[in-house]
Design a protein around this ligand. Structure first.
Ligand code: ADP
Length: 591
């Protein structure tokens, strides 16, 4: 009875039953009344007939008694009713039910008849032993009342008949009730079915099944309701689709961002975090969603900043250094997320790794310091010796020659330094136009080596080239590659003690040529290898300066090789020598 269907059926049935009961009772009462009145009327008519018949005999009642008896018995036998004839005093002259105890008092209905009126009464008939209806009429002769005739009928058969009527009416009403209930249930289901369908569909939609639709179609209010629900579902579905798309777009943007993004809720739990944040905080393999921000932040600065934003609602910007990975400088920008009434519901933190820029800045500062330092040494020497000459050394031919030689050497060094610096900056800035042309590498190596064999010999060294078994062609800027070889072989000559040897080998690879410059020199400690190709980096500063190096040779090598899309590296052991190798792609753009 909880659903609409039950309620409609129940109400309908109650309505039917109550209506049928009230109308049934009313109809039955009406029938009963009409029936009783008809009965009474019949009895009165019968009594009047008897009264007419017996009227002439009432003058001498005693002599007419047999006739009275005959009339009464005839009427009684034909109607089954009790007939009683009374004289003018109310004394019973004849009764169709002899043996019955005659009442002493005059009955009210008889009294009425003796008073020239029609009397009637329903009461227990002592003669019949059941309720009876009595009707009495006067026997008149002209103006005088001669007596009265009373007709009585037992009501039991009447009651029985009426009872039967009640039963049949009751059965009819029950049948009507059953039929109406069936019709009512059908009617209820007609109303309830669409309501139930609409309810089911709205419930499904509320649970997220936006494809569900009401299939009930009609012109009535329920049809309109169903249509509205469908329209609403369309709207929600479209909006949900839009939202999903927006969300995935946003997720895509956040995921692909190079900067770290982290969103925390009011309580400090992480709601959104991208891979860049995880990488930055060294949590690559972990899911950080739902964790507290202070558990994953590798720096007190990060947590305190988020807390401050959540409390004050003001955006914050600062740079912190993470504890792990060490020396990582991160620029943080945290801003609050505001909800209704400007309440703070969370915070967004953007993390930007600025370590690279910090290193670049540091390198720039170091570079300026290095350049100044490198320039100062020869300038000081030139200035010092020139002063000494001016102060009088010019007068001494030996000293003069020696000092001017030093001044020449230092200015030469200065010039090389400036040239190297210029060269490097031109290569770095991309201003050097490299003329790539097909070139046979064995030949290029041999030509360059030949130029330096004499210099090597002067230093007591053997310099040899070892070409590949067959010609090897690569597209290179000939002069630049030659420069690379000159720098590498020049270093090998400078850092290999007398009696050593230098071998320059060409190896033919699948896609590339490998050129190696191997010496038996002093070697380089492992710790210095990673920084060897940096500008001005020298392993042994005093020795390098004595060798006349500028500290820029390997930096230039690296730049030229990389401009050819090749690689350069070194294998070296202190005391055993070094091997510098570089590759050149056989065709440009292959590597
Ligand atoms: P420099 O002009 O001082 O030689 P480079 O850039 O050419 O500068 O080399 C950097 C440093 O690398 C040198 O100062 C030297 O300490 C070291 N080095 C380079 N080549 C060799 C080598 N073949 N053997 C030992 N040390 C070397």
């Amino acid at each position: 009875m909880k659903g609409i269907r039950g309620r409609i059926t129940f109400t309908y049935m109650i309505l039917i039953v109550v209506t049928l009961l009230i109308s049934g009772v009313y109809i039955l009462q009406f029938i009963e009344r009409v029936y009783m009145e008809n009965l009474k009327k019949t009895l009165i008519d019968e009594a009047k007939i008897v009264a007419n018949w017996v009227s002439p005999y009432m003058v001498t009642p005693d002599s007419s008694l047999p006739f009275l008896a005959e009339v009464s018995t005839t009427v009684n036998s034909s109607t089954g009713k009790r007939i009683t004839v009374y004289d003018r005093n109310g004394k019973s002259l004849y009764d169709t039910h002899p043996g019955s105890v005659e009442e002493s008092a005059v009955k009210p209905e008889v009294q009425e008849a003796l008073n020239r009126r029609i009397g009637s009464e329903t009461r227990l008939d002592s003669a019949k032993g059941s309720n009876s209806l009595f009707v009495a009429v006067p026997i008149v002769d002209g103006e005088t009342v001669q007596g009265a005739v009373r007709v009585g009928i037992p009501l039991n058969p009447v009651y029985k008949e009426l009872g039967n009527l009640w039963v049949s009416v009751g059965i009819s009403l029950l049948a009507v009730a059953v039929i109406s209930s069936v019709v009512g249930m059908y009617f209820a289901s007609g109303i309830a079915r669409p309501i139930e369908e609409i309810t089911r569909v709205t419930r499904q939609i509320a649970r997220g099944a936006f494809t569900e639709r009401v299939r009930y179609r009609s012109q009535d209010e329920l049809g309109v309701l169903g249509e509205s629900v469908n329209l609403m579902a369309d709207r929600i579905s479209d909006q949900f689709e839009d939202l999903t798309q927006e969300k995935s777009k946003l997720e895509g943007i956040i995921a692909s961002m190079e900067s770290g993004v982290m969103v925390v809720d009011r309580s400090g739990r992480i709601q959104v975090v991208n891979q860049a944040t995880k990488n930055l905080l060294s949590h690559s393999g972990r899911s950080l969603l739902g964790q507290w921000h202070w558990e994953v932040g590798r720096s007190y600065g990060l947590s305190s900043m988020i807390d401050e934003v959540l409390v004050t609602g003001d955006s914050q910007r600062k740079e912190i250094t993470l504890m792990s990975p060490a020396d990582t400088s991160v620029e943080l920008y945290a801003t609050p997320i505001k909800g209704k009434n400007d309440s703070i519901v969370g915070a967004v933190v953007v993390l930007h790794d600025v370590s690279k820029w910090r290193r670049v800045e540091q390198m720039r500062t170091e570079f300026v310091a290095n350049v100044s330092h490198e320039l100062r040494t020869p300038i000081t020497a030139v200035k010092g010796f020139a002063e000494t000459l001016l102060d009088g050394a010019l007068e001494h031919p030996d000293m003069r020659r020696q000092f001017i030689k030093i001044i020449y050497e230092e200015s030469d060094r200065l010039s090389r330094l400036v040239n190297d610096l210029l060269e490097l900056s031109r290569i770095e800035s991309g201003h050097v136009v490299m003329q790539f042309e097909p070139c046979e590498i064995n030949e290029l190596v041999r030509t360059t080596v030949d130029k330096l064999v004499h210099q090597a010999g002067q230093n007591g060294l053997v310099l040899e080239s070892h070409p590949a078994g067959q010609p090897v062609y690569a597209e290179v800027a000939r002069d630049r590659v030659s420069q690379v070889l000159i720098n590498l072989i020049g270093n090998a000559i400078a850092y290999t003690p007398e009696g050593g040897r230098i071998d320059v080998t060409v190896e033919d690879g699948v896609d590339q040529v490998i050129v190696r410059v191997k010496d038996t020199g002093i070697g380089i400690p492992q710790d210095d290898l990673p920084r060897l190709f940096e500008r001005f980096y020298r392993v042994d500063k005093a020795r390098a300066r004595r060798s006349g190096g500028t500290g820029l040779g390997l930096a230039i090598v690296k730049h030229i090789v990389e401009a050819h899309k090749g690689k350069v590296w070194v294998d070296s052991y202190p005391g055993r020598g070094s091997t510098f190798s570089f590759t050149l792609p056989k065709r440009q753009g292959d590597e």
